[in-house]
Design a protein around this ligand. Structure first.
Ligand code: NAD
Length: 428
């Protein structure tokens, strides 16, 4: 878990400051972009199944919308903080710019643990979140999506509430909806697939065949499972995954030396991405400590769980064999760990590029909503591949030309685009 002293917003600001220095940005640009444009904090009253009222705390942070309406997920997490949401909203601004889609950056959250909420209580929470923020979000202002511990069902409850309030059908209000109610085919696999598309491109550059590689992955939720799916289709082998154990309130790693079987492991995993430890043991998986996914002798590491997981304290655990880290999660690597990764010459595919497949497909979902015309899955995934590949190549070329760390190159492109749009609008 993230350590309690970790502050994601401080990390996001320090990443921004570094690039602002590199680009020699003027003071107004720095002032505009290192804090969110606006943020909302509110109470959400929910009548629990017991009949008692409980008040939950909700947030929406809108970092920047110079390039288009704000875009970003809504997370359910018991440890959610406003600073985490601020950081994530800023990272969304950079991410939409890095893959050059006409959207800005936002993020939302509710402090709650859905493990302990009935479906009815979760529905009330989703509807309550929308009631509090409905007038400040919408298809042309700020578009929510699923994120940690929220899914297509939550999005549909949120959409339904929005449509009740505004009296019409507004499918473009939210993305990640179920297919058949305005959702896009390919959306649920888009983030994980996007991670592997960028990985495929990097392996190509390094002249390494995917089938000659092994990987270890933190997390076994939406992003991780679909990343594993495409990685295995390319011939790669995943030796280890980790997940959060709700009962023990800790994480474990699950290892098989001849490679995990995705479907087998999925069949013993709950809807929150928690693997059943006892059943995994029966199926012959070695059960290791939560952090052990990082120590594995593999070629590729994919953090795909939470922020702040590769830190100055554990970066030394990364084995000599590791050549690439592809960040499925947002902000999984602390800046101090980044320095060490760079020093060791491990290649980094940074979050704002690697996991941008989700928001790219969310954008495709909105385009389809606006046209009221839906594309087949292959068309969606084909467009996703083109966007991710083009974006990867642009970042990689800049990194090579200017001898930059890949994260810095991605930031230079993204921040440059947002600064330009803000200047063009006369904001700075
Ligand atoms: P998810 O809730 O589906 O899965 C999270 C996984 O992480 C679960 O398997 C959970 O057990 C595991 N986990 C949680 N805490 C852990 C810990 N301390 N140690 C090990 N495992 C732990 O979430 P997701 O949608 O897969 O998102 C994962 C990450 O990817 C997040 O950082 C999210 O912000 C980012 N992301 C998600 C999307 C998307 O489209 N879902 C898009 C971009 C980025």
């Amino acid at each position: 878990m993230s350590s309690s002293s970790f502050n994601a917003f401080a990390m996001a600001q320090s990443q921004f400051d570094k690039i602002a220095e590199m680009l020699d940005l003027d003071q107004a640009s720095r002032d505009l972009l290192r804090t969110p444009n606006r943020e909302y904090h509110f109470n959400i009253p929910v009548r629990m199944d017991s009949g008692n009222m409980q008040i939950f705390r909700g947030f929406r942070v809108q970092h920047n919308d110079a390039r288009g309406p704000g875009k970003g997920g809504v997370r359910f997490h018991p440890m959610e903080t406003i600073d985490t949401v601020r950081a994530l909203s800023m990272w969304m601004t950079w991410k939409t710019a890095a893959v050059d889609i006409p959207l800005g950056g936002s993020k939302g959250g509710i402090i709650c643990d859905p493990h302990n909420l009935s479906l009815n209580e979760q529905e009330q929470l989703c509807r309550g979140w929308v009631r509090q923020i409905a007038r400040n979000v919408g298809p042309v202002t700020d578009i929510p999506a699923p994120d940690v511990m929220t899914n297509a069902q939550h999005m549909l409850w949120m959409l339904d509430e929005f449509e009740v309030i505004f009296g019409g059908r507004y499918p473009g209000f939210i993305t990640g909806k179920p297919v058949g109610v305005g959702g896009s085919l390919g959306r649920k696999e888009a983030t994980g697939y996007g991670v592997i598309i960028t990985l495929r491109e990097m392996l190509k550059e390094l002249d390494i065949r995917p089938m000659d590689t092994t990987a270890s992955i933190q997390g076994f939720g939406n992003v991780a499972q679909h990343a594993i799916d495409l990685y295995h289709q390319l011939g790669g082998k995943t030796l280890c995954v980790s997940s959060w154990d709700q009962e023990d309130q800790t994480s474990y790693s699950f290892k098989k030396n001849d490679g995990i079987d995705l479907e087998e492991l999925r069949s013993i995993t709950n809807s929150f991405g928690g693997v059943d430890k006892a059943k995994a043991k029966e199926l012959g998986y070695e059960i290791l400590d939560g952090e052990d996914w990082l120590k594995q002798e593999v070629d590729i590491l994919i953090p795909a769980a939470l922020e702040n997981q590769i830190t100055r304290d554990n970066v030394a655990l990364i084995s000599e064999q590791v050549k690439i880290i592809a960040e499925g999660a947002n902000g999984p690597t602390e800046p101090a760990a980044d320095d060490e990764i760079k020093r060791r010459g491990i290649q980094m595919i940074p979050d704002l590029l690697a996991n941008a497949g989700g928001v790219t497909c969310s954008y495709f979902e909105q385009v389809q909503n606006n046209m009221n015309y839906y594309w087949p899955r292959d068309e969606v995934l084909g467009k996703l591949d083109t966007k991710m590949t083009t974006s990867y190549i642009a970042v990689s070329e800049l990194a090579r030309q200017k001898n930059l760390y890949m994260r810095d190159a991605a930031y230079v492109i993204a921040i440059g685009r947002v600064v330009q749009a803000s200047k063009d609008r006369g904001w700075i």
